[in-house]
Each structure stands twice: as C-alpha cells, then as structure tokens.
Design a protein around this ligand. Structure first.
Ligand SMILES: NC(=O)c1ccc[n+]([C@@H]2O[C@H](COP(=O)([O-])OP(=O)(O)OC[C@H]3O[C@@H](n4cnc5c(N)ncnc54)[C@H](OP(=O)(O)O)[C@@H]3O)[C@@H](O)[C@H]2O)c1
Length: 291
C-alpha cells in the first residue's frame, strides 16, 4: 500500500488496530477521534492528529473507519461530500454495521469517485494486539486483491466474502452466536447455582461433551465472581448487534423470536446499569425474573 492512511475511531478495538497501523506504516498514519483525549498517546508517539474528519479525509489516500455504528460512519463520511471528495481514495469501514448501511455508504463514496470496502472483524482487544483478528471483506474482487496485503496489518486470516454487504451479513451471523451462546450458558449456570448443584461438576461434564464451546470458560470466572468491569466488548454493542440481527432475520422472513428474547434480556441488563460492562453481564439480567 502506498500513500497516507487516515484512521477514525480510537475506541476499545480501534485503538489497538491503530497501533498496528502505526507499527507498520509509521509516519504515514494520521488519526482523528471525536473525543480528542484518546488521541494523546498517538500524538506523543509522533502520529499526526487531525482536528476534524474532513482534514483527515482530505489528507489521506485510504480512510479507515472503526466507529460504533453505521449512523456514526455516515455522519463522519458526510463531513466531506463536495464533488470528487473521495476521488482516488479508498474508504474501508471496519465496524459491525448493517449490510444495508454498508451498501448505502458504498454508493455515497463511489458516487463521489471513491472506492469502498467493508471489512468487519472477528476477535477483540487481545486479538487486535496480537495481530490475530479475522478480517472479512466485502467489495469487488479487484479492490480486494489490491488491499489484501494491507489487511494483514491486523491478522493473517483475510477473506473476501462477496460484494459489499455480504461480509456484514457473515459478521452478524457470527455475532448472533456470541449473544445466543452467552445467553444460553448464563441461564444454565444461573440455574445450576440456584439448584445447589456444584458448578465445577457441571463444567467438567460440559467440557467433555459436544455441547462445549471455548467461550464458556472464557466467561465463567466473570460470571462466578459477578465481575464485568474492564470490558473488551461492552453490553451496549451486543445490544446493537442483536437488534441488527433481528432486522436481518425479519428482512429474510425468518422467525425473530430468538433475537427478540435476547434483545429484551440485554435491555433489562442495560436498565440495571450494565451498558458499559462486559457483554457477559447479561448473566446478571438472568438472575432475576422480569417485573
Ligand atoms: N470491542 C470489540 O471487541 C469489537 C470486536 C469486533 C467488532 N467490534 C465493532 O467495532 C466497532 C467499534 O468497536 P469498539 O469496541 O472500538 O467501540 P467503542 O469503544 O465504543 O468506540 C467507538 C468509537 O466510535 C466513535 N464514535 C461513536 N459515535 C460517533 C460519532 N457520532 N461521531 C464520531 N465518532 C463516533 C467513538 O468516539 P468517542 O471516543 O468520541 O466516543 C469511538 O472512537 C463497533 O461497531 C463494534 O461493534 C468491536
């Protein structure tokens, strides 16, 4: 990849991803974040910090967005919408957004003479730090071929899923498993505790069975200690993803009862003040009956 890279969105996952770009591309990286304080470590490391998204977009050949949702991505890209604003530039949107949002953003960028890829990722902060994110790309084959090596900044497993929108569909299908497996495991564990059965025996049998998923052990200690601080992925983002899944399921004329139930459970957790906690805090929402 030649030219300057602009990175927007220094959140929980965006920050370690931006450091990987800094490690590989050094002075060619610029950053912008709505909350300026999050740029301070990058400024200290000599990274150019832009004062607006427009400044970053205008000075970059490649613009990467890693922000909360599709609405935020649209607002940011909309700050630079004069004719040819994106001419010769590639915009890569890496957050978890709806396929339709990605398609609409691609049309806007392409209408302003730019190129567009969606590239949602699987993995979290530890994987971003270890360069082990899985990058799922949606866009034309020729653009994917051009950028494939660039994506290796974040991990070795890079895959083109299809046109823009397809990678987001795949990402949402995977994130539905995060929500549903965590909810199911939480309910089993809560029930085991209430029933007075030893949870170690429950785990021993579960680990030997075909029902086991590694995510259960990753979340077990948090649930047993009821400690959901310092999240890698907060409950509010799991709610966003489950609501996106519900919409996709409805659009596909599938039965939405499962995502609707988990949406309600997560919303109960958010009413308990767990929005910024680790998503496994939905365990707490299952400990009480609904009012
Ligand atoms: N964390 C994970 O493990 C993980 C894994 C895979 C995918 N993802 C997805 O990746 C995306 C980012 O995740 P994250 O964990 O880094 O989220 P995060 O910590 O909540 O950070 C969100 C980022 O978006 C920015 N933002 C939000 N609304 C904005 C707006 N209207 N205008 C400008 N900037 C805005 C925030 O800026 P401020 O700093 O100013 O708030 C922040 O930089 C999400 O779509 C998430 O679902 C996350």
């Amino acid at each position: 990849m030649e030219g300057n890279i602009g990175f927007i969105g220094l959140g929980l996952l965006g920050t370690p991803m931006a450091w990987q770009l800094h490690n590989r591309y050094g002075k060619r990286l610029s950053v912008w974040n709505r909350t300026r304080e999050k740029c301070a470590p990058f400024e200290t490391a000599g990274v150019r910090v832009c004062t607006s998204p427009r400044e970053l977009i205008e000075s970059s050949d490649c613009v990467i967005l890693m922000v909360s949702d599709g609405k935020a991505a649209g607002q940011i890209l909309g700050t630079c919408e004069h004719t040819n604003a994106y001419a010769g530039k590639t915009v890569i949107v890496m957050g978890t957004h709806a396929p339709a949002e990605q398609i609409a953003l691609a049309k806007r960028v392409e209408g302003l003479a730019g190129s567009y890829l969606e590239a949602p990722v699987l993995g979290s902060i530890p994987q971003a730090k270890a360069r082990e994110l899985i990058v799922m790309v949606g866009g034309s084959e020729s653009l994917f071929n051009k950028w494939q090596d660039f994506f290796k900044t974040f991990g070795d497993f890079i895959v083109r899923v299809g046109d823009v929108g397809k990678a987001s569909s795949l990402k949402l299908a995977l994130n539905w498993l995060i929500a549903s497996l965590t909810a199911s495991f939480s309910l089993s564990l809560a029930y085991i505790e209430k029933s007075g059965v030893n949870h170690e025996l429950f785990m021993e049998i579960l680990r030997k069975s075909a029902l086991y998923a590694p995510t259960f052990d990753k979340k077990l200690e948090r649930m047993l200690k009821k400690d959901f601080d310092n999240p890698n992925f907060p409950l509010k983002h799991l709610l966003k993803d489950v609501m996106l899944v519900k919409e996709e399921v409805l659009n596909a004329s599938l039965n939405p009862l499962l995502p609707e139930s988990i949406e309600k459970i997560i919303k109960a957790g958010i009413c308990q003040g767990l929005s910024e906690n680790d998503y496994s805090a939905l365990f707490l929402a299952l400990l009480s009956t609904p009012k």
